[in-house]
Write a protein that binds this ligand. Structure first.
Ligand SMILES: [Zn+2]
Length: 347
């Protein structure tokens, strides 16, 4: 059993990508309202207004990336980096704070407390040299690289269950054998960012340490369960991390306005159960980093579904109403993936 300590950045609700943009301040507002109604010994909430330093950002990002974001704060209105990623005059500071919250999550999560970085902007699509996919700085990548550099941890496993492949995290860390990156996501053939194919398993010394698991339309918890049991659990246990960082995305939900997957509330509880199992069996702390999830009305339920098994691991959770058999397409994908990854892991 672990306490979930939510920490938001004080400018999370001031950053904006523009009117009618799905990555809106409302996402934080509805989750914050729910969290504040649940505060007890198991759930805490706090905000942080301290920014990360430039030196910390530059551990992961290029100086030109940093300068581009810094410059965006001088604009009036919105400054567009690409078709769907923008900044207003709060974004630079908000993004620095989001990284600082991520660092705190990495440093202060322990066996009794898991920090949930409830931050905007999200991070997993930001690469070393550019923002993208609603993301400005890569919160989880910066925190992980800082933790290794400062010898806080030796081996970090990142599990990313956002609907979209975390191309920023994957490519930033792809040469690093001390960070394992596992992602379940909608296939690049049908979804943004158009990468995260099975054979993108890392580069150089990091080959075998990127584990992309692309899923097809409407993939649900049955498919995720197979992915966890056949690939994720065996690989993470062989990797033996001393810390687990989770990119939490609620856009894999079946009624997400920009998603094509089919995960239900019960599915997010199942994911939470797997995260708890990894953390408790390996006896390592874990932290959560908010990425996507755009069904405003459902976000509190999805958040509650995910964290309940972390707080009450012995409780029974409602069985999924979905078929427990994974899709044939998923089984084919997992078999192909095992073939590629068996060069690096016992599967
Ligand atoms: Zn996403």
């Amino acid at each position: 059993m672990v306490k979930i300590q939510f920490i938001s950045n004080s400018l999370a609700k001031k950053h904006s990508c523009g009117m009618f943009h799905p990555e809106s301040a409302q996402r934080i507002e509805v989750m914050e309202e729910w969290i504040l109604s649940q505060i007890d010994d198991n759930i805490g909430y706090d905000t942080l207004d301290q920014p990360a330093s430039m030196e910390e950002i530059l551990v992961t990002h290029s100086p030109s990336h940093y300068q581009l974001i810094e410059k965006s704060q001088d604009q009036t209105g919105h400054f567009y980096f690409d078709g769907d990623t923008a900044a207003n005059n709060y974004t630079f500071e908000a993004a620095l704070q989001a990284v600082a919250v991520g660092k705190k999550a990495m440093w202060e999560s322990n066996e009794k407390k898991s920090i949930f970085a409830l931050v905007r902007p999200p991070g997993h699509h930001a690469t070393r040299s550019s923002p993208g996919g609603f993301c400005i700085f890569n919160n989880i990548a910066v925190a992980s690289e800082l933790a290794l550099q400062q010898k806080k941890y030796q081996r970090i496993a990142i599990i990313d269950f956002d609907h979209h492949f975390g191309n920023g995290t994957a490519y930033t860390l792809e040469k690093n054998p001390n960070i394992l990156y596992v992602s379940t996501h909608a296939s690049p053939k049908i979804a943004y960012p158009g990468c995260g194919f099975l054979d993108e398993v890392g580069e150089g010394e990091g080959r075998g340490y990127n584990i992309p698991i692309p899923l097809w339309y409407k993939a649900s918890e049955a498919d995720l369960q197979a992915a966890f049991e056949q690939l994720i659990i065996p690989i993470v246990f062989q990797f033996k991390p001393d810390f687990l960082a989770v990119s939490v995305g609620f856009d894999a939900y079946e009624r997400d306005p920009i998603g094509v997957l089919g995960v239900t509330c019960e599915g997010f509880s199942m994911i939470g159960t797997f995260i708890h199992r990894i953390s408790s069996e390996l006896n390592i702390p874990f932290a959560n980093f908010l990425e996507g999830g755009y069904n405003i009305q459902m976000l509190p339920d999805l958040l509650s579904s995910y964290i309940s098994p972390l707080i009450h691991p012995d409780q029974e959770f409602p069985e999924s109403s979905r078929p427990l058999e994974p899709d044939n397409q998923t089984l084919t994908t997992l078999n192909q993936s095992k073939e590629i990854l068996s060069n690096y892991w016992e599967l």
